[in-house]
Design a protein around this ligand. Structure first.
Ligand SMILES: [Zn+2]
Length: 93
């Protein structure tokens, strides 16, 4: 079983006037994917992935990443967003 180390919020997917897929990195998408341990032998960026909120190292590779949250901060964020009327969607990857 793969341990979930945290969650990463995906950039908001938008479509331009000519139907091209674009990503809005400044807006919230409320869509999260789990951050999992890197499989042995996988080629990844050798950079520490840190929690956007508290700065805790989530994993030693695959960083720096964008809008990554450790499990504790993710729970807090989820509650906060829910209080504001936003539910999170979790996708596979
Ligand atoms: Zn954190």
């Amino acid at each position: 079983m793969t341990t979930i180390l945290g969650y990463r919020e995906q950039p908001l997917r938008t479509e331009s006037e000519d139907n091209e897929i674009e990503y809005d990195y400044h807006s919230r998408s409320y869509i999260f994917s789990p951050i999992k341990e890197t499989p042995r032998g996988a080629i990844v960026t050798a950079a520490v992935m840190m929690c956007e909120e508290c700065g805790t190292a989530i994993k030693s590779m695959g960083g720096p990443g964008h809008r990554c949250y450790c499990l504790r901060c993710y729970d807090a964020l989820k509650l906060f967003d829910f209080a504001e009327g936003h539910e999170h969607e979790i996708t596979g990857n």
